[in-house]
Design a protein around this ligand. Structure first.
Ligand code: SME
Length: 164
C-alpha cells in the first residue's frame, strides 16, 4: 500500500513541483496507462482540495476516431463521451494545447456536466512518442480559479505521470 508522504507547500508552483515528483515516484515502471491516470487523480485532489471540484481524464478512444471517452476521475457524474472540437475538453484535444476558461458559461459549446462548475482548465496528455492520448480536465465551483501557474504545473504533472 502506498501512503501519501508529502505535505504540500502553500506556494502553488512549489506544490505542483512536489506533486509532479510524487506522481513520478509512485507510477515509476507501471505498464498500465489507466493505473497512471487513476493514481494521478487522488494525488491531485489531495494536493489542491476543494479548488478541484471535478478532476479527471478523458482518453482518446482508439476504437472511435475523433472521440474522447471518460477515464479515471473524482467528482460528480461526468459525461461519458466528448467528440473532438466540442466543449473545453474537445477543444483542447483538437488544439493539443492547454485551455483556461475563467467563466465556463461564456465558453461557446461548453458541456455542463454539473451546473456548479464555474471555471475550468484542460491540459493535453501526450505519450512518449508525442501522440495525444488523453486530456486532464479540472473544474472549480469558483470563477477564474486557474491561471498560468496551474497550466504549467498541471502540464508538468501530466509529463511526470507519463514518463518513467
Ligand atoms: N465541461 C467539460 C465537460 C466535462 S465535465 O465538466 C466533467 C467540457 O466542456 O469539455
Amino acid at each position: 500500500m502506498t501512503e501519501q508522504r508529502i505535505e504540500y507547500s502553500a506556494d502553488k508552483a512549489t506544490a505542483y513541483r512536489q506533486l509532479a515528483e510524487e506522481v513520478a515516484s509512485v507510477v515509476a515502471g507501471e505498464t498500465s496507462r489507466t493505473a497512471r491516470y487513476a493514481t494521478a487523480v487522488p494525488l491531485l485532489t489531495a494536493a489542491f482540495g476543494e479548488r478541484f471540484f471535478w478532476c479527471g481524464f478523458y482518453e482518446v478512444d482508439p476504437l472511435k476516431e475523433g472521440e474522447l471517452v471518460v477515464g479515471p476521475y473524482q467528482g460528480t457524474l461526468g459525461c461519458l463521451r466528448i467528440p473532438f472540437g466540442r466543449g473545453v475538453c474537445g477543444a483542447c484535444a483538437t488544439k493539443r494545447e492547454t485551455i483556461i476558461v475563467p467563466d465556463v458559461h461564456a465558453f461557446p459549446g461548453h458541456i455542463a456536466c454539473d451546473s456548479r462548475s464555474n471555471s475550468e482548465i484542460v491540459v493535453p496528455v501526450f505519450d512518449a512518442s508525442g501522440s495525444l492520448v488523453a486530456v486532464l480536465d479540472v473544474d472549480s465551483t469558483s470563477f477564474a480559479a486557474f491561471d498560468e501557474v496551474d497550466a504549467r504545473g498541471l502540464e508538468a504533472v501530466c509529463r511526470a505521470m507519463m514518463t518513467g
